[in-house]
Design a protein around this ligand. Structure first.
Ligand SMILES: [Zn+2]
Length: 233
């Protein structure tokens, strides 16, 4: 498990790697199993051994962001979860798409976002930022960009590239013939517009570093998770 600390020393963003195994198989419905080693590991990081839940949504490349709740019947269809309670920890699962952790220290609000090109062009990051700001009443959001496919590995051609150009501009495409998409550059543009401070980005690519699971690299079912928690008082 990797860890990045937000600036107040209480908010943390964690993400798993290949050695932690397929995180997707550790969830029962929308909750991470309390008997999984990942649950114990997250508990160690936030200083709790029990009394917390690790939640995920049913991801569908949408712009939908929901508030974490123990009242869900099934995992809601969404690609972002935010939480106002330290005992409800939002997570997302990825293998090449970008996982993003957000944190508002004044509001103690945490969020995890699953962002591929579809979600990014649809506005999933903006939606999450707007919801957090509405809850906290201030604009103090910090962000961690987790492991994702790098621009050297992410060939992106076809009609959908026009959609991305329209949303983020041609300079998000790199390489020979500009056929490679830099997802992180798209996200930086959103952060600039929305006044979000990036505090850390994992630079090891899911495909070419070998450290994480990669859908394009053949890991079609395995996923890593990224989540945001607050260290218990
Ligand atoms: Zn790469």
């Amino acid at each position: 498990m990797d860890l990045a600390n937000f600036s107040d020393g209480r908010g943390i963003c964690f993400y798993s790697d290949r050695q932690d195994g397929d995180a997707g198989s550790d969830y029962v419905g929308y909750e991470l199993s309390r008997y999984s080693s990942l649950y114990a590991c997250i508990g160690d990081l936030i200083g709790r051994s029990s009394g917390f839940e690790v939640l995920k949504a049913s991801q569908c490349h949408s712009s939908t962001v929901v508030e974490a709740s123990m009242l869900w019947r099934d995992p809601p269809k969404a690609d972002g979860i935010y939480s106002t309670e330290a005992t409800l920890i939002p997570t997302v699962m990825v293998a090449d798409c970008v996982p993003i952790g957000l944190y508002s220290k004044s509001g103690g609000i945490t969020a995890a976002i699953h962002a591929g090109w579809r979600g990014l062009t649809a506005g999933v990051v903006e939606n999450a930022v707007d919801l957090i700001e509405r809850e906290s009443g201030v604009n103090d959001i910090e962000a961690v960009i987790g492991p994702h496919i790098c621009s050297s590995c992410y060939e992106f051609v076809g009609p959908e590239s026009l959609e991305v150009v329209r949303a983020f501009g041609e300079d998000c495409f790199v390489g020979e013939g500009c056929n490679y998409l830099d997802l992180s550059a798209c996200i930086e543009k959103i952060f600039d517009t929305k006044g979000v401070t990036k505090i850390f980005e994992e630079k090891d690519c899911t495909l070419c570093s070998g450290r994480f699971f990669s859908y394009r690299g053949g890991d079609t079912t395995q996923r890593i998770i990224l989540g945001v928690g607050v260290v218990g008082e």
